[in-house]
Design a protein around this ligand. Structure first.
Ligand code: PEP
Ligand code: MG
Length: 541
């Protein structure tokens, strides 16, 4: 017993997406791990590194041949970087001073990644991601640790230092059990992606993750933000029973999916889904929700060299309306900027991008791009229950201007002979100035963006691990503003919904109901549990 106790390792971090998982650890290639002592002479280690680089280069060449124009360009850039001696020299110097090939490579690349990351220029910051990919690809060859999810056993808990959204999206999460990161933040985009998939995820676990081994059984208690390894058979069996009990409870909650959400006292709560990627709707039966409460149209603008034209956008919006079959479909106009840069569109080198030209501010500044989106929306407006929503509204005149532009787009499209509808015009409430003076905004409906509202009210960046304790959805100042907006909805008869992540977790959802919110929107993965939370909630009849 004492022996077992000594081997137990408990890593404490933060919850990013709830859940409990028991599964084999699977170390991603970005962890350098025990391989700190060189196995051979420094000459052996240097040739090991050179041969790993050559293998990585060949693999990239092969991949470039099958990745289309844009993928090929990115990979071509990575190959050129790998062949540049300037990249390798600092690693060689460290190996000559006694480090292993893996440690020399990791330290040299980390330093360069940090330099790129610190740049004011979006272009250079984006290059940090290329270098991170290269670092991990070569490390995986040197250490045998996995670069992606290849070789991952089913139900594995993936362990890494950080994960970029692009690498997150490359993993087959249907097969994985959960994700545990040394760094990261609960309000990062990767954490949002994990919540949208209902994937258990803990962050901020620290360097202790280096002590974990691929294949050893670990417990990821993402609710508590904790990873435990080294448990004996009895404890593991108990954890597996807990997992099974939760799975039964989640299965139970699924029975509520086809039903309208009502509180225990019979009060109806509108529950809609957030759409970050229309492809995900193929797994969502339309009858499970009251429609779409938020479409993040940023997905149309990512990972491409050009901007989507009117045809392409209209086709995607039409698909959403067809899917919803008459239910409301809320489409938010482009919310670029802040943590969502779009090369060629958002400003480079803004000192404080979250307070800069983002959301509707950017759309109004780039009316050429905005007009394409508004015309595409106008063209599909007759084909269902379309609601158009503007992000980051701060002053009433911005909303008025956006409404005018929308009306102009409807008139122009109609003049061209296309029948148009009369879409409702609404706004996100995510800036304190709008929340405090909500009466001054002439919107048909309001949707509270709690992710941003919390960061602006608490002055705590949503993507910073360091201030994540202050980024508190239950801060009374946040709840007071939400209550104020809900009251405004009650007085005016206008819908007030919440589409930020507060709607997706039981504790914060209850707090929203306490504030008087009766319409919530979230990723589909959270819907069953949300309906169960609502069904358990007692309201005044
Ligand atoms: C929000 O801020 O809560 C929101 C829903 O918008 P996003 O997360 O896309 O900024
Ligand atoms: Mg927002």
């Amino acid at each position: 017993m004492a022996e077992t106790e000594r081997q137990i390792l408990r890593l404490e971090g933060k919850r990013a997406s709830g859940g409990l998982v028991v599964g084999p650890a699977h170390l991603l290639g970005d962890i350098i791990v025990r391989d700190q002592t060189p196995a051979g002479t420094s000459d052996d280690e240097i040739s090991k590194l050179r041969s790993a680089i050559a293998t990585a280069s060949e693999a990239l060449e092969t991949l470039a041949g099958t990745s289309g124009d844009m993928g090929g360009e990115i990979l071509g850039f990575q190959i050129a970087l790998l062949e540049d001696d300037a990249l390798i020299e600092p690693a060689v110097a460290e190996i000559e001073a006694g480090a292993s090939a893996a440690k020399g490579w990791r330290d040299a690349l980390d330093e360069q990644i940090a330099d790129y990351d610190a740049s004011d220029d979006d272009y250079f910051r984006a290059r940090a991601e290329d270098l991170t990919d290269l670092r991990d690809r070569v490390l995986s060859i040197l250490t045998g640790a996995d670069f992606g999810d290849g070789g991952m056993p089913d139900g594995a808990v993936l362990i890494g230092r950080e994960l970029t959204p692009s690498r997150f999206l490359a993993v087959d999460w249907h097969r994985a059990g959960g994700l545990a990161l040394a760094g990261g933040s609960p309000s990062s985009h990767v954490a949002m992606l994990a919540r949208a998939r209902g994937l258990a995820m803990a962050v901020g676990l620290g360097d202790g993750i280096s002590a974990l081994h691929s294949g050893e059984p670990v417990v990821l208690d993402a609710d508590a933000g904790r990873v435990i390894s080294g448990l004996g058979q009895d404890a593991l069996e108990q954890a597996r029973r807990d997992v099974a009990a939760r799975a039964r409870q989640a299965e139970d909650a699924k029975r509520l999916l086809p039903l309208p959400a009502t509180t225990r006292s019979g009060q109806r709560v509108i529950t809609t889904v957030n759409v970050d990627d229309p492809a995900s709707l193929s797994e969502v039966p339309v009858g499970h929700s009251d429609g779409i409460g938020l479409t993040r149209t940023e997905f149309l603008f990512h990972d491409r060299a050009d901007l989507p034209d009117e045809e392409e956008q209209a086709a995607v919006y039409r698909r959403l309306l067809d899917w919803a079959d008459g239910r409301p479909v809320t489409i938010r106009t482009l919310d670029a900027g802040g943590d969502k840069p779009i090369p060629g569109l958002t400003l480079d080198g803004e000192g404080n991008p979250f307070l800069g030209l983002r959301g509707l501010r950017l759309s109004l500044a780039r009316s050429d791009v905005f007009e394409v989106q508004l015309r595409a929306l106008a063209r599909v407006s007759v084909h269902g229950n379309l609601k158009i929503m503007f992000p980051m509204v701060t002053a009433p005149w911005e909303l008025d201007r956006a409404r005018e532009l929308m009306e102009a787009a409807l008139a122009a499209v109609s003049k061209e002979g296309v029948t148009v509808g009369e879409p409702a015009i609404g706004m996100m409430v995510e800036v304190p100035a709008a929340a405090i003076e909500i009466e001054r905004f002439d919107a048909d409906f309001f949707s509270i963006g709690s992710n941003d509202l919390i960061q602006y009210v608490t002055a705590s960046s949503r993507d910073s691990a360091e201030v994540s304790d202050l980024y508190d959805p239950l801060n009374p100042a946040v709840l007071r503003l939400i209550t104020r907006i809900a009251d405004h909805g009650l007085k005016t008869g206008k819908e007030v919904s919440v589409c930020g992540d507060m709607a997706a977790e039981a504790t914060t959802l209850k707090a929203l109901l306490d504030c008087g919110v009766r319409s919530v929107s979230m990723g589909y993965a959270a819907l069953a549990q949300a309906k169960a939370t609502i069904a358990d909630y007692v309201t005044e009849p």
